[in-house]
Design a protein around this ligand. Structure first.
Ligand code: XIL
Length: 361
């Protein structure tokens, strides 16, 4: 009896408290709080985390001196990719002499903000150092050079990057292997070797193949599907496929993106949208920016709809530092923030896509 008389009021109290908390949750929960305080809204990273995804941006060392830029970079994103700092020309400028200062700067910045880092990239035909491109190599020589480069770099960033783009852009548009110094000298087996060497150097890091124009199904994406299947069958350590997702309004939206992501998931692989931008022919108009916003929304929805699409990375977040104008003359305005770091319609579309409750898989 004594117990009932003392616990009953407590239960009532607890019940009232729970009810008050529940009611309070509806009006003063995180969403409501954010709405009350403009400028304190949930970040893209917050919203992506609710779906178990990250939302990231590339960045590059020279931009880090721009304070408003780095402030937004540190606030809005939970993942960073160095745009150039971990490429071969930067990390091994002379044969056997390694320089990790640029990559380290970005890793340290990311760690101070609690952001994850994607390593980009170990093997690529572009932005190679002159000592490598300026001479002929025998197969044993180049094998040794490649192995040392991969393993020194992966070891250096062990525990500091969660994923590596091990081989970047290995295929042509028609699905044949891209003619590079690695293919010519070592044959297509260089891809499996690169993955194995990276895995030896860090058994915990996620290993990706990464490419552009593989968002829609077609010969190039089929080539990755076939290669991935073969590599998995041979137990080569491959964990994911990076879809760069450098889109352009004039070429149309890759409507098969979601299905394509899903077929790689079915092979037991992660996928990620690794270098997203949506460029347009300049000048940008209201219509083009609205269309661009729809594309950003759609590509985000596609990733969220596929369980193993683990995250989205913009190839930098502001038009101020986009690579597009320099590489595609007459094109630009590709990112969700404009040159003055003001959010564009694409930014709001990203938020909306991330705020939509999850669909089935
Ligand atoms: C770009 C960088 O953003 C530029 O600063 C650099 O001059 C060239 O490379 N695919 C990739 C990226 O995998 O590494 C490229 O980055 C963009 C295309």
């Amino acid at each position: 009896m004594r117990t009932t008389s003392t616990t009953a009021p407590r239960l009532v109290l607890a019940g009232a408290l729970a009810a008050a908390l529940l009611l309070g949750g509806a009006t003063t929960g995180p969403a409501a709080r954010a709405a009350e305080r403009p400028g304190q809204e949930h970040t893209l990273a917050d919203l992506a985390q609710r779906h178990g995804r990250y939302f990231g941006s590339a960045t590059d060392n020279p931009e880090l001196a721009d304070e408003p830029y780095t402030a937004l970079l540190g606030r809005e994103f939970d993942q960073i990719t160095p745009g150039n700092g971990m490429k071969w020309y930067a990390t091994e400028p002379r044969q056997g002499v390694f320089d990790f200062s640029q990559g380290d700067e970005i890793v340290n910045l990311a760690r101070s903000k609690g952001q994850k880092v994607r390593g980009h990239t170990l093997v690529w035909h572009s932005q190679l150092p002159d000592w490598l491109t300026g001479r002929e190599w025998t197969a044993p020589e180049l094998r040794a050079v490649l192995k040392k480069h991969i393993q020194t770099q992966v070891r250096h960033y062990r525990g500091k990057v969660f994923a590596w783009d091990v081989v970047n852009e290995a295929f042509n548009e028609d699905g044949t292997y891209r003619d590079t110094v690695f293919l010519r000298t070592l044959g297509p087996g260089y891809i499996a070797d690169a993955l194995r060497w990276a895995h030896q150097a860090d058994p915990h890091v996620r290993l990706y193949l990464n490419d552009y124009n593989i968002e829609a199904t077609g010969p190039k994406s089929d080539a990755y599907h076939e290669l991935a299947k073969q590599l998995k069958a041979r137990h080569v350590p491959l964990h994911g496929i990076g879809f760069q997702t450098h889109l352009a309004l004039q070429y149309g939206y890759p409507a098969t993106l979601e299905d394509n992501l899903r077929r790689f998931s079915r092979l037991g692989l992660d996928t990620a949208l690794t270098e997203v931008d949506v460029r347009m022919q300049l000048p940008a108009t209201e219509e083009k920016l609205a269309e661009q916003a729809r594309w950003y929304r759609s590509l985000t929805e596609a990733c969220l709809a596929v369980r193993r699409c683990v995250g989205i990375t913009l190839w930098d977040y502001t038009d101020k530092y986009s690579w597009i104008p320099a590489f595609f003359p007459g094109e630009g305005a590709a990112l969700p923030w404009d040159e003055a770091l003001r959010p564009k319609p694409a930014y709001h579309a990203l938020r909306e896509a991330l705020q939509t409750p999850r669909r089935g898989r």
